[in-house]
Design a protein around this ligand. Structure first.
Ligand SMILES: [Zn+2]
Length: 62
């Protein structure tokens, strides 16, 4: 399991996935939905925090 973002494979580049926690300062941005969901699941499971992921347009793509 890597903590490093990789920019390959299933990233479509069209969206970014912003994972943000409402109960602590944790947040991260991923180019991959699967990565974002994994972070969300891990954080929610380990902390019970109210965390969510938002899909954002990737501004770099325009
Ligand atoms: Zn949290």
């Amino acid at each position: 399991m890597s903590q490093v973002f990789d920019a390959d494979s299933d990233a479509d580049g069209e969206y970014l996935y912003h994972v943000v926690c409402h109960d602590c300062p944790t947040e991260s941005v991923s180019q991959r939905a699967s990565e974002a969901e994994k972070r969300l699941d891990e954080h929610r499971t380990s902390t019970g925090h109210d965390i969510e992921v938002a899909q954002l347009p990737n501004e770099r793509n325009t």
